[in-house]
Design a protein around this ligand. Structure first.
Ligand code: PLP
Length: 376
């Protein structure tokens, strides 16, 4: 937790649950990424945290933006971002939303299927298009496999077809999975992209861009390599497979830019023992799966917690949210230990909660409001 967040919580005692985001941490993460990957153009994946203050700050720092919907495009345009800094990176778009983006001036679009390509041909003539390929996502704590991308061989056909449809076949993209803990995962994907460059060059199609997606991590319970190690692995893969003929490089970070910048403060609503054989206490917080912690689904993302120091020892707990849905359990298989002296009304901070929390909250399931964000 940064000094600024600690001070904000102490001075304002905001109602919980709330997410406090330190914009300076995001600014530093952005600068570190630029430092370590100077050849890459950065497109912030807006879905990770679409708070207008974050988008506006990254705009001032010169970032570009990966957007997935008409709503995200409007958000960026309303922040004064020029449409040539937007990439419509969702491979699943309504044709009328493509037309809206094109009319607004967006000229960069993703696709991974023939029907999407045909929509682009009709609604975004002449635009730069890139094809997303399937990659395995091994090592990712939040995989993005299967749903997106097509086999590289199909991608070759589609990129040829793109030219026939009056589009500009610009490059290849992939996403090795979010919270990717294995820095080796980019190598195979970059290699597949490079082979597509060579194969299409024979058909006189000159791809220019490789979009290496997101996947760089935030800091949860499990240790992860530093951003420098990821950057080195990515650049090593690109030079290994492309030699001296380096393509334009796009990176679409979400989690690694905003994750560590946010802290959720929550309150203990209830501590109960159920008298069964298990013996673990149940600790219920005022934040759960439906108002901010959706990524605890399948206990995928394991947040670090800060509890009041009650001296004494700690014991194992099952952590759950406040709603009347038994799916609203945060951690049951994963061992979390909290102080035995923990009391109802205590505050618990959830660290590195800046990404995929506020934007994942339901509109008000069970009458619990979506979590409020304070950007400081
Ligand atoms: C979600 C998403 C990202 C961001 O991924 P992170 O792992 O959060 O960095 C990047 N690109 C695309 C296309 C995405 O859907």
């Amino acid at each position: 937790m940064t000094e600024r967040i600690v001070r904000f919580l102490a001075e304002h005692s905001p109602e919980t649950p709330c997410l406090v985001v330190d914009l300076d941490v995001i600014a530093h993460a952005y600068e570190a990424l630029r430092w370590h990957l100077p050849l890459a153009r950065i497109y912030y994946a807006v879905k990770a945290n679409p708070a207008a203050e974050i988008v506006a700050m990254l705009e001032r720092k010169g970032a570009n933006f990966d957007v997935a919907s008409r709503g995200e495009i409007e958000l960026c345009l309303n922040c004064g971002i020029s449409p040539d800094r937007l990439s419509f990176g969702n491979t699943i778009k309504k044709e009328r939303d493509i037309a809206f983006a094109y009319e607004a001036g967006v000229r960069l679009f993703a696709f991974d299927s023939i029907h999407e390509l045909e929509k682009l041909g009709r609604a975004a003539p002449g635009a730069h298009v890139f094809c997303r390929i399937l990659v395995t996502c091994g090592g990712a704590e939040w995989p993005l496999s299967r749903k997106f991308g097509c086999a590289p061989n199909m991608a070759l056909d589609l990129l040829r077809k793109a030219r026939d449809l009056g589009l500009d076949p610009y490059g290849v993209s992939f996403h090795v999975g979010s919270q990717q803990t294995d820095v080796g995962q980019w190598d195979g994907a970059v290699g597949a992209a490079a082979q597509m460059f060579w194969a299409l060059a024979e058909a006189d199609i000159n791809l220019r861009m490789v979009n290496i997606g997101g996947g760089f991590p935030a800091h949860y319970c499990r240790d992860v390599p530093g951003i420098d190690r990821y950057a080195q692995a990515v650049m090593a893969a690109i030079t290994r497979h492309f030699g001296n003929d380096l393509p334009e490089i796009i990176i679409e970070p979400g989690r690694s830019l905003v994750g560590d910048a946010g802290v959720i403060q929550s309150e203990v609503v209830l501590i109960s023992e159920k008298g069964g054989v298990d013996g673990r206490r149940w600790v219920y917080l005022d934040v759960g799966k439906f108002n901010g912690l959706a990524e605890t689904m399948d206990e995928s993302i394991k947040y670090r917690l800060v509890t009041p120091d009650r001296g004494g020892s700690s014991g194992p707990v099952i952590l759950a949210g406040p709603t009347c849905d038994s799916a609203d359990i945060l951690y049951e298989r994963t061992e979390y230990r909290l102080p035995l002296g923990l009391r109802v009304g205590d505050k618990i901070e959830i660290l590195s909660a800046g990404a995929y929390t506020a934007s994942y909250a339901s509109v008000g399931f069970n009458g619990f409001s979506p979590i409020r964000t304070y950007c400081i």
